[in-house]
Design a protein around this ligand. Structure first.
Ligand SMILES: C[S@@+](CC[C@H](N)C(=O)[O-])C[C@H]1O[C@@H](n2cnc3c(N)ncnc32)[C@H](O)[C@@H]1O
Length: 288
């Protein structure tokens, strides 16, 4: 099953199987259901082992809770979630939106499939399979809030994505983002380089770069801060964690031998069994 089933391009609109969003979302150059002309095999986002990811003890759960708290939802909003992954925060958003709805977007069919199962056919969600490096497949002024956890560091051009967020948000709409910031997972990067490998195409941005970019895109009340989060792990969890979360890009397309060897080799090279996260937390509003 394609995880984007039920959300498809049709006459310029997206339709969802649950019905509530039918006809209310409008395509603008992108596509849902994995069929975008802009999403070629060569450039598609990485796919993830959604089950392995969701089974890990993820500090992302706490990061998501913090980002949700900063959004200040009233309960009736339409929230666009960018990089919904296996749907942990999609489910939390739904709990906080008794009369609202969620548009949950991800570039991984496996992640979307897991998220759909988690939300068990809730008609208040529209699932969108799309690449954040392409224009957002949403009409202007169509959402009240944008929310994202642990995703933007996978997207190279933040200025362009911020402009897309402004376009999708209604005037006065809010955003709450969190993602890897300057210095994120530095010990993993050092270990990779010691093994002769370059880190993935991550963009670990700093407030000094992101704040002007958000203001230039049209946001106001911009707050950006870095937060250091050291996550100690048992040896076996660290290896599973590296393989299933941090080294996803390095392992894509790798041979079976490489897949088996890389995460233990990186773990071995790390001075301590601690993942040294640096998170960038961002809140802002679209000017009225
Ligand atoms: C580390 S996971 C975070 C998932 C979830 N938000 C969480 O906190 O657990 C990153 C997510 O971003 C998605 N992603 C990465 N690059 C993307 C892109 N270019 N377009 C769409 N989704 C992307 C991945 O598929 C993945 O689900």
């Amino acid at each position: 099953m394609d995880a984007g089933d039920g959300v498809r391009a049709g006459g310029g609109s997206l339709h969802m199987s649950g019905g509530s969003a039918s006809g209310s979302l409008h395509m603008s150059g992108g596509s849902a259901s994995g069929g975008s002309a802009a999403r070629t095999e060569a450039t598609r986002p990485h796919d993830w082992d959604a089950d392995a990811y969701a089974d890990l003890p993820l500090p992302h759960a706490d990061w998501g809770e913090r980002a949700l708290g900063r959004l200040g939802l009233q309960g009736g909003e339409t929230v666009l979630e960018l990089g919904c992954g296996p749907g942990r925060d999609t489910a939390r958003l739904l709990q906080r939106l008794p009369t609202g709805r969620v548009i949950a977007l991800d570039g991984s069919a496996a992640m979307l499939g897991r998220a759909r199962r988690r939300c068990a056919g809730d008609p208040r969600v529209s699932w969108v399979h799309a690449d954040l490096r392409s224009p957002l497949p949403l009409a202007p002024d169509s959402v009240d809030a944008v929310f994202s956890v642990a995703t933007l560091h996978w997207v190279p051009d933040h200025a362009r994505l911020f402009a897309e967020m402004v376009r999708a948000l209604r005037p006065g709409g809010r955003l709450s983002l969190e993602y890897g910031g300057a210095g994120n997972v530095a010990t993993v990067v050092t270990a990779l380089r010691a093994l002769g490998r370059e880190p993935a195409e991550w963009v670990f941005a700093s407030p000094a770069g992101e704040k002007p970019a958000l203001l230039a895109a049209g946001f106001t009340d911009v707050e950006c801060r870095l937060r250091h989060v050291a996550v100690p792990m048992d040896a076996d969890v660290l290896v599973r964690y590296l393989a299933g979360v941090v080294l996803v890009a390095q392992l894509e397309g790798a041979s079976e031998a490489e897949r088996a060897d890389l995460a233990p080799a990186v773990a071995e090279r790390m001075a301590r069994r601690v993942v040294d996260y640096v998170r960038l937390e961002v809140t802002a509003g679209r000017a009225l």
